[in-house]
Every structure is written in structure tokens, then in C-alpha cells.
Design a protein around this ligand. Structure first.
Ligand code: HEC
Length: 156
């Protein structure tokens, strides 16, 4: 029993350590629209990033951007530029900045701010006339941003 408890305590400590490395949406440091530091403190996974970029349930990037490297994904949009060769046009830090909050790079763009939780006009709490609980997360998690970035970096 005592051992089980110690095991649990160790787990909690590990989880906290992982979270501590994550940069919260309000704490991201932009430099001319670019973000130099990984939001998770680690490199992302390009295979997971492919899913974030192509999936309508995740980043839904493909609704606005076509991508020559995803010929099998149907219904690619033409609102933003084709993502082909994007890693030759931008540095990793610039792409992280665009993914985190594109408005800091492209003034007034219709590309959503994927890692942002304040400064929006929020809907109220249903039928109460009160403010909503503060439970809105960003559109993408820090890990998903880093994964999408790792994928974009393959598009040379
Ligand atoms: C609602 C449409 C929309 C969505 C969704 C969207 N974007 Fe964009 N994106 C744009 C537009 C429009 C631009 C061009 C910037 C501007 O407004 O001038 C852009 C620009 C970019 C650029 C710079 C491209 C270049 O060649 O200059 C990158 C990279 C990018 N988006 C990646 C993404 C990724 C990755 C996602 C998904 C996580 C995403 N976008 C989702 C609309 C969108």
C-alpha cells in the first residue's frame, strides 16, 4: 500500500514537470511575428502533424490551403497560399509564429489564431445572461502546433 502511494506521488511529480515546459497561450513571446522557442519544450512529430494539417477535425488547414504533398486529401481550399515549399519561404520560428497566431505576421488575416485564449468576444453562458466559465481552450494544443510545425518543415 505504501509503495502504491509512493508510485502515485512519483507520477504526479512527473506530470507536473512535463506541464512546466509548456508555454501557455498568454505567455508566448513573439518577435516580429516569429516564435523562437518550442511551445512544448521539445520537437514535434511530423507524422502526427500530417494529421493535424489534413484533418477537418483538427487544424482543418486544408479547408483554406491546398497542399501538393497531400494529393489524397479531398476538397482542398484556395483561400490561403498552397503549402508546397513553405519551409523554403519561412524559417521554423516564423512558421511557429504563423501557426500560433497568424495575425502577428499577416495583419487582419482570416487565418484563425490557433494558440490563443483571450481577446475574443466570447459567447455567454447559455440562458443565464452570465459570462461563460473560463474553460475555452486554444483551437490547437501546444503539442499539435509543434507536430504541425514539424510536418510543415518537411515541405521544402
Ligand atoms: C480560414 C482559412 C485558413 C485556415 C483554416 C488556415 N489558414 Fe493558413 N493562411 C490563410 C490565409 C488567408 C493566409 C495568407 C496570409 C494572409 O492573410 O495574407 C494563410 C497563410 C498561411 C501560411 C503562410 C503561407 C505562405 O506561403 O505565405 C502558412 C504556413 C499557413 N497559413 C499555415 C496554416 C496551417 C498549418 C493551418 C492549420 C493549422 C492553417 N494555415 C489554417 C488562411 C487559413
Amino acid at each position: 500500500m505504501k509503495h502504491a502511494f509512493l508510485g502515485m506521488a512519483a507520477l504526479v511529480v512527473t506530470a507536473t514537470a512535463v506541464n512546466a515546459a509548456e508555454v501557455k497561450p498568454g505567455d508566448v513571446v513573439f518577435n516580429d511575428g516569429a516564435v523562437a522557442m518550442s511551445l512544448t519544450g521539445a520537437a514535434g512529430n511530423a507524422d502526427e502533424g500530417y494529421k493535424v494539417v489534413s484533418s477537418k477535425k483538427k487544424g482543418n488547414c486544408i479547408a483554406c490551403h491546398s497542399n501538393d504533398a497531400m494529393p489524397d486529401v479531398p476538397y482542398q481550399g484556395e483561400i490561403g497560399p498552397n503549402l508546397a515549399g513553405v519551409a523554403s519561404r519561412y524559417s521554423e520560428a516564423q512558421l511557429r509564429g504563423i501557426l500560433t497566431n497568424a495575425k502577428n505576421t499577416f495583419d487582419g488575416t482570416m487565418m484563425p489564431s490557433f494558440y490563443k485564449v483571450d481577446g475574443f468576444i466570447r459567447p455567454g453562458k447559455r440562458y443565464t445572461g452570465k459570462a461563460a466559465d473560463d474553460t475555452f481552450g486554444p483551437l490547437l494544443e501546444a503539442q499539435q502546433i509543434e507536430d504541425a510545425l514539424a510536418y510543415l518543415m518537411t515541405l521544402k
